[in-house]
Design a protein around this ligand. Structure first.
Ligand code: BES
Ligand code: ZN
Ligand code: ZN
Length: 489
């Protein structure tokens, strides 16, 4: 698959492939008519072929002497929006790769963008091509050769915006690569090394890691408890983005980074364990977002915390019935060692709120199977009591197509987490409202005055069916959402 995608400064005159866009009416766009004429009406003839229906993502190859075209279907013009373009561009990327294309020129006139203005069109095209080009095949024999694709668009504004879309896709793909890396490779130490390397490559981001005895000193009891049974020691990874000049506030991002979730002594059943390498997806999304943020350069400081551990099984594994005490004074009775994510997130939330006094906190976590049941893989569940933060998050979700749906969190739910022998339990004895229980538990560890959002990405972080521009596997969900949120902060 393509290793690099680049946007060209000017239209590529002799691109390997020229893409013409068609909607469901199968009409050649007005600006392509001259081209059509110059090549003996091959385009209009192809558009009349019975298999050419202008459906979203449909690709019709057209060969003229010495020139190759593709008609890319965008579906119904009235229903066209940026997310559909990302999907179509995802198909396009894979077709271009199969055709061995090294360069592509997209013919676009303002009218063809319909409801999508040219700047958004260019960006979504870049995102879709970049996301569609992702393939996790580094562990396969004879994995695909590293190729480069050059991209240009005839509309100037759209062309200039392609680079920003490609950069977002690159950040998401960085997260996806780490998400899918297997747990025998992507250990806690490996993730910490990756975070450090990322920070080294970014001029405005630094990285520190709290590990070993420093975990005790910082009272990171969740990490110590959950990580005890693993041969790979737990750690708290911190990345800091520092803007130029005086920072306009601080945003804290916390990402669940469980390198593997066996469930611990409350062991997961066979089929439930499969895919638990993706339990680090919250942290990887935050990591990818930091890469994007470094380029976007918002004027606020951004702190990323990745509580990182493996939930394993060994002689010294933490037990059901253990009671631990957090530095905010709250005691927690362990009722299920498989509800480990909230225990390590609590560390990140307490530590981050106290140390950085952020203006907002957002955590991302593959927290519950319940949210997969409730919302499936097209939409993440989220909880947020702050209207302003909600507005910003939903705007970022609409812009990026990374959908979120709000679920309730009131005192009744918070009361469900009050335990018999400790202040809280990590999982109530009833299965009611499972995803909400997770959010309710976390609420006890965030400073009440700080606007906070919890996003449960268990269903969206990795998918089992095609959701264009994604194929089954990791999606990097949250990278573009967080980047868009901070771009407008
Ligand atoms: N990592 C899982 C959640 C998960 C499940 C993510 C399926 C992706 C797909 C989490 O640590 C977990 O095991 N949650 C339990 C919570 C319960 C024990 C309170 C769950 O969802 O069943
Ligand atoms: Zn678990
Ligand atoms: Zn988990």
């Amino acid at each position: 698959m393509y290793a690099t995608l680049r946007s060209a400064a000017r239209p590529i005159a002799k691109a390997d492939i020229t893409v013409c866009l068609i909607f469901k009416d199968c009409k050649i766009q007005s600006e392509d008519r001259a081209l059509d004429k110059a090549y003996g009406s091959v385009l209009s003839a192809a558009a009349k072929r019975p298999e050419c229906k202008g459906e979203l993502g449909e690709i019709t190859p057209v060969h003229a002497e010495s020139r190759r075209f593709l008609l890319l279907g965008l579906g119904e013009a009235e229903k066209f929006h940026a997310q559909k373009l990302r999907a179509a561009a995802g198909f396009l990327a894979r077709t271009l790769h199969r055709m061995d294309a090294a360069s592509v020129h997209v013919s676009l006139n303002a009218a063809a963008t319909g409801n999508v203005p040219p700047a958004l069109f260019g960006r979504a095209l870049g995102e879709g091509l970049g996301l569609g080009a992702f393939k996790f095949d580094g562990f396969k024999k004879g994995s695909s050769k590293k190729k480069t694709l050059q991209i240009s668009v005839s509309d100037k504004t759209a062309n200039a915006a392609v680079a920003s879309g490609l950069a977002l896709a690159e950040a998401a793909n960085f997260a996806r690569q780490l998400q899918a890396t297997p747990p025998n490779v992507a250990t806690t130490n490996f993730i910490a090394a990756q975070a450090k390397e990322l920070a080294r490559s970014l001029p405005n981001v630094s990285c520190t890691v709290i590990a070993g005895p420093a975990l005790q000193r910082n009272k990171l009891v969740g990490l110590i408890t959950v990580g005890k049974a693993s041969e790979y020691p737990p750690c708290l990874i911190q990345l800091t983005y520092t803007p130029r000049g005086k920072a306009k506030g601080t945003v804290l991002l916390v990402g669940k980074t469980i390198c593997y979730d066996t469930g611990g002594l409350s062991i997961k059943p066979r089929e439930g364990m499969r895919g638990m390498k993706y339990d680090k997806s919250g942290g990887m999304a935050v990591l990818g977002a930091m890469q994007a943020i470094s380029r976007i350069k918002p004027s606020c400081r951004v702190i990323a915390l990745l509580p990182t551990a493996e939930n394993s099984i060994a002689r010294d594994a933490y037990r059901v019935d253990d009671i631990i005490k957090y530095p905010n004074g709250k005691t927690v009775e362990i009722t299920n060692t498989d509800a480990e994510g909230r225990l390590v997130l609590a560390d990140g939330l307490i530590y981050g709120c106290k140390k950085f006094k952020p203006d907002a906190v957002i955590d991302l976590a593959t927290l519950t199977g319940g949210v997969v049941v409730a919302l499936g893989s097209n939409c993440a569940g989220y909880w947020c009591d702050d209207e302003k933060l909600r507005g910003k998050l939903e705007a970022a979700a609409a812009e990026t197509g990374e959908s979120i749906w709000r679920l309730p969190l009131n005192d009744d739910y918070k009361d469900m987490m009050k335990a018999k022998h400790a202040d809280l339990w990590n999982s109530a004895p009833v299965r009611d409202a499972h995803p909400i229980q997770g959010a309710a538990f976390l609420s006890y560890f965030v400073d009440e005055k700080i606007p906070w959002a919890h996003i449960d990405i268990a269903g969206t972080a990795d998918i089992h069916k095609d959701i264009a521009p994604f194929v089954p596997g990791p999606t990097g969900f949250g990278v573009r959402l967080l980047a868009a949120l901070l771009e407008k902060w």
